[in-house]
Write a protein that binds this ligand. Structure first.
Ligand SMILES: Nc1nc2c(c(=O)[nH]1)N[C@H]1C(S)=C(S)[C@@H](COP(=O)(O)OP(=O)(O)OC[C@H]3O[C@@H](n4cnc5c(N)ncnc54)[C@H](O)[C@@H]3O)O[C@H]1N2
Ligand code: MOO
Length: 391
């Protein structure tokens, strides 16, 4: 059985960014830039006043005649003499013949005249052309994740469209005869279905909002049919039915659909029976049905692939390091993903850990990785963890 590291390496090897597409800037939050951005103009594009005050020519003057007004958005020019000033406001274009703005708090106004109380340095309060960015400079690199501040920055150039990597279209198939929708008392032997809403929420909160959910009973023909529909997506996630029981049809149905297995089973707990493969360009993750196994395999494997497909080409799981506060053991010879809490770098493991249970996932804030080769872990041991359930 392959290790977690080998599984992640195989996923990286098989996954590439999706094609590039041009989208409106206002819809681009969370996408990855598919081209570098070259400043199409200088910012600011003209000399701007940074303050409300008076624009004038710096020199040996104390009294100035105010010959006009220039507010933000105005464009007219003034013939300005050495002893003259123009009333000016923040953001307004500084007349060509002025080089300095004195703030209004530092003048005394007498009718049409002002007297300078405190002479500013030459060029004070004048934002230079291109001071933020000169035209033609590369301002953003390809591969950067677009954020609200990047959107605001690009809007300042008048940019309305950006070239980004497509985001994957995802189908999530949920298998299981025992699964019941909420709203009615449970039938005998049934449980409420919870993986679909959990995984969909996990996808949506990370910006993957093209998610279609299909549900199927445990029979081979229906499973084959629904998988063939799911293979039209960029990513097919399947929950359950991937183990070895007589009613686990996912593996067979994937093969019948011509999907190529890249790996099946990873030396980990929970989530051992994960299946990863491909059909054409479609990536397929068959996640074990146990809820904690499904979520763990989603967070570790499927999310890595989804990030790379979206153009986050250097994606790596963002592990932090913490210190275990108490001893524990790993009797399984597998990589364990266990839930706990992290506070100030100190890790506590929850007592209830099982692939069928979500309680510690719901309460924890750290998915702690215990390496497969570690049998005994003493208090003080340093361990990697993924922060979860945080804002
Ligand atoms: N003989 C063996 N049996 C099992 C093995 C094994 O190696 N040999 N592996 C076990 C491990 S580990 C896991 S994990 C599970 C994975 O099984 P499946 O992927 O086939 O999942 P199911 O059998 O469909 O379901 C397992 C469990 O999870 C519940 N479930 C499934 N889907 C949902 C859902 N959408 N919402 C809530 N709960 C769900 C389901 O009722 C089962 O209790 O196999 C072990 N068996
Ligand atoms: O590998 Mo399974 O997810 O432990 O029950």
């Amino acid at each position: 059985m392959i290790s977690v590291t080998e599984a992640l390496d195989l996923i990286k090897r098989e996954t590439t960014a999706l094609p590039k597409t041009s989208i409106p800037l206002e819809e681009s939050n969370g996408y990855y830039l598919a081209e570098p951005i070259i400043a199409p103009m200088s910012l600011p594009p003209f000399r701007q006043s940074a303050m409300d005050g008076y624009a004038f020519r710096h020199g040996d003057v104390t009294e100035l005649e105010v010959i006009g007004e220039c507010k933000a958005g105005d464009a007219h020019e003034f013939e300005l003499q050495a002893n003259q000033a123009v009333r000016i406001f923040t953001g307004a274009r500084v007349p060509d013949q002025a080089d300095t703005v004195i703030i209004q708090e530092h003048v005394e106004v007498k009718g049409k005249m002002i007297s300078i109380q405190k002479l500013p340095a030459k060029s004070a309060n004048v934002r230079k052309i291109g001071e933020q960015v000169p035209a033609g400079e590369q301002v953003l690199a390809e591969g950067l994740k677009i954020t609200e501040s990047i959107i605001g920055f690009l809007a300042g150039f008048g940019i309305t469209e950006v070239l980004v990597f497509n985001k994957p279209k995802i189908t999530l198939i949920v298998t299981g005869n025992e699964l019941q929708e909420p709203g009615r008392p449970l039938n005998p032997g049934a449980i409420y279905e919870s993986n679909a809403i959990m995984l969909k929420s996990a996808l949506i909160s990370r910006g993957f909002d093209s998610v279609r959910i299909l549900k199927v009973q445990d029979d081979l023909e229906s499973t084959k049919r629904v998988i063939s529909l799911g293979l039209e997506s960029d990513v097919l996630l399947i929950s359950g039915g991937i183990s070895v029981g007589d009613y686990d049809f996912v593996n067979e149905a994937l093969k019948a659909n011509g999907a190529k297995e890249i790996f099946y089973k990873v030396n980990q707990k929970p989530g051992k029976p994960i299946w990863f493969g491909k059909k054409g360009e479609t990536l397929i993750f068959a996640l074990p049905g146990n809820p904690a196994s499904s979520l763990t395999c989603f967070l570790i494997y499927a999310l890595s692939a989804l990030q790379i497909m979206s153009g986050n080409v250097n994606y790596d799981l963002d592990f932090s390091t913490g210190v275990l506060r108490h001893s524990t053991t790993n009797k399984f010879g597998k990589t364990l993903f266990i839930l706990g809490t992290e506070q100030d770098g100190q890790l506590d493991i929850y007592p209830k850990q099982a692939s069928s249970m979500l309680i510690s996932y719901a309460l924890g804030n750290a998915l702690i990785l215990i390496p497969e080769e570690k049998e005994v872990l003493e208090a003080g041991e340093r361990l990697s963890y993924l922060p979860i359930n945080r804002n």
